[in-house]
Design a protein around this ligand. Structure first.
Ligand code: PMV
Length: 321
């Protein structure tokens, strides 16, 4: 086989991780639960570099000067495959990169999946998780579809806890800004771990939030899930804010969107929302309410574009030759 193309989707955490247990292995300090979504995607083509030993990474058509984020993942995989030469990796995102839409998670998950097939490794999920986590702490969750837990308590166990078809919720993403973030999540969470007075209680409350969210997903209780997800998101934002220097990824447009979305909810529409390290607002709703919410948001001046999604599947190979 000379080249493999794979696809993976971003995932949005409903119970977040913000802080590492260990920087070298890039291990999250806490468990997280996410939703993999379907319409946004990263596609990665990988082939062996037959000219030089160099790894080449072309992201959205642009050759990257540094391999920094991919190197630990590639080194891990090369050790398993005993491969000492380079690879040519071409990744494309059909959505804004590094803008709080989890492009690194889907990018890394698609790379790991493509590499595994190119080298015929057939790795078990725990090795794919290890390879992915070295690139991004949230990337293992994009290996899988549906509602996914990445459990930091039990050796980074990553599994789907509810399949997309078992609870088909809808997602609307308000894009409020296309700019790349100025502080990476990796830098930001390290600042928070070292300086936020709220970091310890954030860490301590993780187990309970995970339990509550898991129970809500088991019972398919939309309201219970929404309540714990929003509280968890605001706790993370408080940790960011109380860091020194204070970290803020939200813009005025994000706040405008939140206010609008709350007004829609006050009218009796079931929805909840979440935010990550970026200004985009992600709304989770029932499929039957999507059109109503869309209509209300589409013309809002702070929404540059509105992306519709459903709950999606995990990373997979789409072409090999
Ligand atoms: O590991 P990263 O760099 O993908 O960080 C993810 C951080 C958050 O998106 C804010 C939370 C999460 O659990 O996805």
């Amino acid at each position: 086989m000379s080249k493999v193309i794979s696809i993976a989707h971003p995932n949005f955490a409903l119970i977040k991780y913000w802080g590492k247990a260990d920087l070298k292995s890039n291990t999250p300090a806490m468990s997280s639960i996410s939703l993999t979504i379907d319409t946004l995607s990263s596609t990665t083509k990988i082939s062996k570099n037959r000219q030089t030993n160099e790894n080449i990474w072309i992201l959205n058509g642009k050759k990257q000067e540094q391999m920094r984020q991919l190197d630990p993942t590639l080194e891990y995989l090369n050790r398993i495959s005993n491969y000492t030469s380079g690879c040519i990796i071409e990744s494309n995102n059909n959505f804004p990169t590094s803008a709080g839409l989890a492009s690194s998670a889907s990018g890394i998950a698609s790379l790991v999946t493509a590499y595994d097939r190119l080298f015929g490794l057939n790795l078990k999920l725990d090795s794919l998780v290890q390879a992915s986590i070295l690139g991004s702490g949230s990337a293992p969750r994009s290996l899988l579809g549906g509602f996914v837990i990445l459990d930091a308590e039990i050796g980074l166990n990553c599994e789907t806890i509810c399949q997309p078809e078992d609870w088909p919720l809808s997602v609307l993403i308000c894009i409020t800004d296309y700019k790349e973030k100025t502080i990476s999540s990796r830098e930001g969470m390290e600042i928070s771990r070292k300086t936020s007075p709220l970091y310890k209680s954030w860490l301590d409350s993780n187990k309970k939030d995970i339990q509550t969210a898991k129970a809500a997903i088991d019972e398919k209780s939309f309201n219970n899930l929404g309540e714990v997800a929003e509280k968890n998101c605001y706790k993370m934002l408080e940790v960011m804010k109380s860091s020194d220097p204070s970290i803020n990824y939200l813009s005025k447009q994000t706040i405008d969107c939140i206010n609008k979305v709350r007004k829609i909810r006050d009218k009796g529409v079931d929805l909840f929302y979440t935010l990550d390290a970026g200004p985009q607002l992600k709304i989770i709703c029932k499929p039957e309410d999507k059109e109503t919410i869309k209509r209300d948001l589409e013309k809002h001046p702070s929404v540059l574009s509105l992306v519709e999604a459903n709950i999606g599947f995990g990373a997979r190979v789409i072409n090999e030759s």
